[in-house]
Design a protein around this ligand. Structure first.
Ligand code: ACO
Length: 306
C-alpha cells in the first residue's frame, strides 16, 4: 500500500508522510492471512538460512502485539506449522520493542543452558488494529514478519565472540496513555484500535533509546565507532537519524528500511536485518546494534556479533 493509495482513504499526502516519517509504502496482509502465517514463513526462511531443521529448535519466542487469537499463544501455532514437537514456544508482548526483548530473553535461555537453539520471531498484522479513519496513525504502520536463529556455543567471554554480547531492557508503565490499544479481552471484550499521541512519543523516543544504547556501550566497552551496523526499530526516519546523531553513529552504518515497510512493530528489526543480509551488508563477524522503543513504554538495546 503506497502513500498514494492512502490519499484515497484519508486526508493526507505523500509529501506529508515522507517528510515527517520517511515512509513511502507498507504491506498489508491478505484477507485471512494471519500473524502466525507470516511468522511461519519468516521462521522457515531463517531456519533454511541457518541450515537447521524442526528437530534442532527447542525454543520459539514470538514477539507480537497482534496475535491470531487471545489464546493459545501464536507461537504454539507456529511451532505446530513448522513441525516442531519439542521444547517450548511462547509469545512475548512488548509491542515495538518485542524483538529486542525476544532476543534478550532467548539469550538468557541459551546462556543458562535452558535451551540450545532458539527461533526469535517478530510478526505483526497491525493493519487489523488500525483505525483507518484516523490519519494520524493509519499512515504509519504496516504488516510483516522476520526471524533469526540463535544457537548456544562456547565462547571466550570477549566481544570477539559471536552472538548476543549484551542486552538492556526497560519499561515504564506510567506512559500508557501516549500509545495504547483501546480494547482487550478483560476490559472491553473487543480487539480495539491503536491510539497514539505522536508528538509525545517522539518527545520521549530519542532520549529513551539512546539511554539503553549507552548502557550497551558501557557494559561492553565498545563505542559507536566499533559498530559495523546500527539496525534501529524502523518507526520513523527522524527518530532514527536523531538517535544516531546523538551518539555519533556514522550515517553509512545505519540500516533504514522504514521507507519500504513502515512501522511493523516487533517485525521491523528482523525485516531490516533480513534486508541488510540480502543486500550483502551484514556479514558473519560484523558487530550489529539493535534498539527499539514502543508502547508501555518499553525500550531496549542489544549488541550482536553476527
Ligand atoms: N497527513 C496530513 N496531515 C496530518 C497527518 C497525515 N497523515 N497526520 C497529522 N496531520 C496533521 C495534524 O492534524 C496537524 O495539523 P494541524 O497543525 O492543523 O493541527 C499537523 O499535521 C501536525 O501534526 P503533529 O502531530 O504535530 O505532527 P508531527 O510533526 O508531530 O508528526 C508524527 C506526526 C509523524 C506522528 C510524529 O509525531 C512522530 O513521528 N511521532 C512518533 C510516533 C511514532 O513513530 N510512533 C510509532 C510507535 S512508537 C515507536 O515505534 C517508537
Amino acid at each position: 500500500m503506497t502513500n498514494a493509495d492512502l490519499e484515497k482513504i484519508v486526508d493526507t499526502s505523500d509529501d506529508w508522510i515522507v517528510q515527517r516519517t520517511g515512509i513511502r509504502q507498507r504491506h498489508i496482509a491478505a484477507e485471512g492471512e494471519t500473524t502466525s502465517m507470516l511468522a511461519t514463513k519468516a521462521a522457515k526462511a531463517a531456519m533454511d538460512n541457518a541450515g537447521v531443521g524442526p528437530a534442532d529448535i527447542d525454543l520459539i519466542i514470538l514477539a507480537t502485539a497482534t496475535p491470531d487469537y487471545t489464546f493459545p499463544a501464536t507461537a504454539t501455532q507456529v511451532q505446530a506449522a513448522l513441525g516442531i514437537h519439542q521444547g517450548v514456544a511462547f509469545d512475548l508482548q512488548a509491542v515495538c520493542s518485542g524483538f529486542v526483548f525476544g532476543v534478550s530473553t532467548a539469550d538468557k535461555f541459551l546462556t543458562t543452558g535452558s535451551a540450545k537453539r532458539a527461533l526469535v520471531i517478530g510478526a505483526e498484522t497491525f493493519s487489523r488494529i488500525l483505525d483507518w479513519n484516523d490519519r494520524t496513525t493509519c499512515v504509519l504502520f504496516g504488516d510483516g514478519a522476520g526471524a533469526i536463529v540463535l544457537e548456544a556455543q562456547e565462547g571466550e567471554g570477549t566481544t570477539a565472540d559471536r552472538g548476543v554480547l549484551t542486552s538492556h531492557l526497560r519499561s515504564d508503565g506510567r506512559h500508557r496513555e501516549k500509545l495504547y490499544v483501546d480494547g482487550g479481552p478483560s476490559s472491553t471484550q473487543t480487539v480495539g484500535h491503536l491510539r497514539m499521541s505522536g508528538r509525545e512519543v517522539f518527545r520521549h523516543a530519542v532520549g529513551m533509546v539512546t539511554d539503553v544504547m549507552r548502557d550497551a556501550f558501557e557494559a561492553t566497552g565498545l563505542t559507536a565507532k566499533d559498530l559495523d551496523w546500527f539496525v534501529p526499530h524502523q518507526a520513523n526516519m527522524r527518530i532514527i537519524d536523531a538517535s544516531a546523531e546523538k551518539l555519533g553513529i556514522p550515517p553509512q552504518t545505519i540500516i533504514k528500511t522504514v521507507d519500504r515497510h513502515g512501522n511493523t512493530s516487533a517485525a521491523s528489526i528482523p525485516l531490516a536485518l533480513a534486508a541488510a543480509c540480502a543486500d550483502g551488508k551484514i556479514k558473519r563477524g560484523d558487530l550489529v546494534m539493535i534498539e527499539a522503543m514502543g508502547g508501555g513504554f518499553t525500550w531496549g538495546s542489544a549488541i550482536i556479533r553476527w
